[in-house]
Design a protein around this ligand. Structure first.
Ligand SMILES: *Cc1c(COP(=O)(O)O)cnc(C)c1O
Length: 381
C-alpha cells in the first residue's frame, strides 16, 4: 500500500541520533537549544520553545495566552482534534468558524460575521487557533486586522505549515501577525523528530511563560528567588502549574539533521503537487488551489457526483493508501456530546462529504505517483 504520508530518514539523520546516544546528555543537553535556534533562523521568529508534541505546544500556547475556565476559543472545524482540544484542556469553551470552500481554511467572511455577532452578545473569544490546512497559509494579516480591535490572542496551528510561506513572503512560523505559532514534528509532517513540537513567538514574556509551562512551571531565573536562596546552588522555584512537555536531545538531534533537508522536502512536495495538478485535470473532481508557497503537507481532492465511500474503498483495494482529512472536529462523539449541530457549518459538511487525500510525501517517486494517478483514472472511469 502506498501511504498518504511518510517520513524520510537518511544516514545523516541516523548518525545524528547515534551521536547523542554516545554523548553525556540524552535530555537537557545542547541539542534542544540548537534546534530552537535552527527553528528561529529558518522561520525568522525571535523565540522558539521546543516541546514533546504539537499537541503539548498548543496546550502551552493556550496557557500562555491566559485561556481558562469561562473563556471561549474558536478554531477551524477542518482540522485535527488537537486544534480544539487544547482549549478544552484549559477549561474553555470551543466554537468553530466555518471554512472557505476554496482554501478549505477558516473563512474570513464567516469570521467577520461571527465576530460582530459575538460582540453584540458579549461572547467574544479569548483566543483563535488558526490552522494552515494542508500547509497553505491563511491570510494572517487580514485575520489580525479583524481580531486586533478586540484584543483576541492569535495562535497559529502550523502543524502542516513549516517550510511554507504566506502571500506576503513571510515564512510560516515567523509569527509576524500572531502571538504564537505551533509546529508538529510527527513523522507525516514537514520534518520529523518522531514525536515533537515547538511554539514560536516574537515576545520575550511569551517565550518565558512557554518555557515555564514546558518544565513543571519551574523557573531558574534567580532574580525572583528569596534573598537567602539567591546564591544557593540547589534552589529553583515553581511559579505555575506546569507540565513535563520537554523534547529530549535524541529527538532534537533528529530535528537538527532534518531541518537541513527541509527545503528539499518542500520542493519535492511542490513538484509532486504540480504533477497531480496537470495529471488530474480531466477528471470529475476539484483539485486544491495550486499555492506555490504552500508547504504541501496534504493533497486533497474533492469528488464531484461520486460516492466518496465507493471511490475510497476502490483506491484502497488497489493499493493506494488514501485517507480523509479531516472528519470535522464537531462530528466526534466528544464534541457531539457538547451539542454542536452539523448544519451550522455547511461549507465544512460539503467539503467533508467529498474529500479524499492522495499520497504526497518527499520520497513518493514519479513511478509510484503515476500508479496513483492511473488507478484514480481507472476508478473514476
Ligand atoms: C499533527 C497535528 C497536530 C498535533 O501534533 P502532534 O505533534 O501529533 O501532537 C495538531 N494540529 C494539526 C492540524 C495537526 O495536523
Amino acid at each position: 500500500m502506498i501511504p498518504y504520508g511518510r517520513h524520510s530518514i537518511n544516514d545523516d539523520d541516523v548518525n545524528a541520533v547515534v551521536d547523542v546516544l554516545k554523548n553525556e546528555f540524552l535530555t537537557q543537553g545542547s541539542q534542544v537549544p540548537l534546534f530552537e535556534q535552527n527553528l528561529c533562523e529558518y522561520t525568522g521568529a525571535r523565540y522558539a520553545v521546543a516541546c514533546n508534541s504539537g499537541t503539548s505546544g498548543l496546550h502551552m500556547a493556550c496557557l500562555a495566552a491566559g485561556v481558562g475556565i469561562g473563556d471561549k476559543v474558536w478554531t477551524s472545524p477542518n482540522s485535527f482534534v488537537a486544534s480544539a482540544n487544547c482549549a478544552r484542556y484549559c477549561g474553555a469553551e470551543v466554537d468553530f468558524v466555518d471554512i472557505d470552500p476554496v482554501t478549505r481554511n477558516l473563512s474570513l467572511s464567516e469570521l467577520q460575521q461571527k465576530l460582530s455577532q459575538a460582540e453584540e452578545n458579549g461572547k467574544l473569544p479569548k483566543a483563535i487557533v488558526v490552522v494552515h490546512f494542508a500547509g497553505s497559509s491563511c491570510d494572517m494579516k487580514a485575520i489580525s486586522e479583524l481580531t486586533s480591535p478586540y484584543g483576541i490572542t492569535l495562535i497559529e496551528d502550523a502543524a502542516h505549515g513549516l517550510g511554507g510561506k504566506d502571500r506576503y513572503g513571510n515564512p510560516i512560523g515567523s509569527a509576524v501577525y500572531s502571538d504564537f505559532v505551533v509546529l508538529s514534528f510527527h513523522p507525516v509532517k514537514s520534518l520529523t523528530t518522531a514525536e515533537g513540537g515547538a511554539v514560536l513567538t516574537n515576545r520575550e514574556a511569551n517565550a518565558n511563560s512557554l518555557r515555564r509551562y514546558a518544565s513543571h512551571g519551574i523557573s531558574r531565573d534567580n532574580s525572583h528567588f528569596p534573598n537567602e536562596e539567591k546564591a544557593s546552588g540547589w534552589y529553583y522555584a515553581q511559579h505555575d502549574l506546569g507540565f513535563n512537555y520537554r523534547l529530549s536531545d535524541i529527538h532534537a538531534a533528529l530535528g537538527n539533521s532534518q531541518i537541513k533537508r527541509l527545503n528539499e522536502f518542500v520542493a519535492a512536495r511542490l513538484s509532486l503537487a504540480r504533477r497531480y495538478e496537470s495529471a488530474l485535470s480531466a477528471l470529475p473532481l476539484k483539485r486544491p488551489q495550486l499555492d506555490i508557497h504552500s508547504a504541501w503537507h496534504l493533497y486533497v481532492i474533492e469528488l464531484e457526483n461520486r460516492d466518496r465511500r465507493v471511490v475510497f474503498d476502490a483506491l484502497r483495494a488497489r493499493g493506494v493508501g488514501v485517507n480523509v482529512h479531516y472528519i470535522p472536529i464537531y462530528h466526534h462523539p466528544y464534541y457531539q456530546a457538547l451539542g454542536f449541530k452539523r448544519h451550522c457549518y455547511p461549507a465544512c459538511e460539503k467539503y467533508y462529504q467529498n474529500a479524499i487525500t492522495l499520497p504526497l510525501f518527499p520520497e513518493l517517486s514519479a513511478d509510484m505517483q503515476d500508479r496513483v494517478i492511473s488507478t484514480l483514472h481507472e476508478v473514476l472511469k
